[in-house]
Design a protein around this ligand. Structure first.
Ligand SMILES: NC(=O)c1ccc[n+]([C@@H]2O[C@H](COP(=O)([O-])OP(=O)(O)OC[C@H]3O[C@@H](n4cnc5c(N)ncnc54)[C@H](OP(=O)(O)O)[C@@H]3O)[C@@H](O)[C@H]2O)c1
Length: 264
């Protein structure tokens, strides 16, 4: 393990301090990851977006590029469940300051009496091993003061029946956050997680059967009326929590809940 005697650099904790830094976003072609990519580009950061579907990734790169003054945004397609694909992303990214992982679904759902070893292993590899593999690959390419931001969800504290495997796996991301924060602090790297409630993204819309059209907007807005603040979160609101954690050099080991009070 590389350690350094020098403390973590003091930098502006404002999002504007991310200008000129490089951010890799695994799961950056849609939803929260894309919103974070566009926001980072708008601040003058260099952005590398990843996702599996190449057409969706190309469109996302165009959108994020349009948001930025320099348009330094590129895409590297690949599945985070594939170690080689993760290596390729970081090989193409060069020196990296910040990594956001939003990729990986909620596989393995079903009653506990019907859970199979294969399903549980698949969920672990898609969501938790992909994070471990990302971190071990990225660390050697990262500069002091850099950060990882991981993603979990409110189901971890308010589970529902039939979700033991996905909730167990995503809960692992939260404990991993603290373990990695301690392990990587001597390298002056930070690790945090944002725990989201319902956020308006293609994933969340798909979950309630709402599309991207006007009817989908209405259905999503109506469903969100039950939330404490009368609506669910926007992808930009979700992304701004990520930028806060990336930019503030004194944030590490934190599970930041961003759910508009949904878990209260
Ligand atoms: N939206 C919510 O309400 C909500 C609530 C709680 C937690 N979360 C969590 O937040 C994260 C982001 O969600 P989102 O709503 O932004 O979802 P989204 O709109 O579906 O975006 C997910 C992104 O990840 C990519 N992706 C998925 N699996 C991948 C894989 N194996 N390898 C590489 N890229 C992959 C997708 O592109 P491809 O499909 O093309 O690969 C897409 O770019 C997820 O982990 C989700 O569980 C979301």
């Amino acid at each position: 393990m590389t350690t350094t005697e020098a403390p973590i650099p003091v930098r502006s904790p404002l999002p504007q301090g991310l200008a000129g830094q490089t951010a890799v976003i695994l799961g950056g072609s849609s939803g929260i990851g894309l919103a974070a990519g566009a926001m980072l580009a708008s601040l003058g950061a260099r952005v590398v977006l990843n996702g599996r579907d190449e057409a969706r990734l190309d469109a996302a790169v165009e959108r994020a590029r349009a948001a930025g003054p320099d348009g330094d945004v590129r895409g590297v397609a690949g599945d985070v469940a594939d170690d080689d694909a993760i290596e390729e992303v970081f090989k193409r990214a060069g020196t990296v300051d910040h990594v956001l992982v939003t990729a990986g679904g909620l596989g393995g759902a079903g009653p506990i009496t019907e859970v199979t070893r294969d399903a549980a292993r698949g969920a672990f590899e898609a969501r938790l091993w992909s994070v471990l593999s990302t971190v071990r690959t990225a660390v050697p390419a990262m500069a002091a003061g850099g950060s990882f931001t991981l993603t979990s969800g409110g189901l971890v504290t308010r589970p529902r029946p039939g979700l033991a495997v996905p909730v167990g796996v995503v809960g692992g991301i939260e404990t991993l956050t603290k373990a990695l924060a301690v392990e990587l602090a001597p390298r002056r790297l930070r690790v945090n997680t944002v725990r989201y409630g319902m956020v308006d993204t293609p994933l969340a819309r798909g979950g309630i059967g709402a599309g991207a059209d006007e009817a989908g907007d209405r259905a999503f807005a109506e469903a969100g009326l039950q939330a404490p603040l009368g609506r669910w979160g926007t992808a930009d609101e979700a992304a701004s929590a990520v930028l806060f954690l990336m930019a503030n050099p004194y944030m590490t080991g934190e599970i930041l809940t961003m759910d508009g009070g949904q878990t209260l």
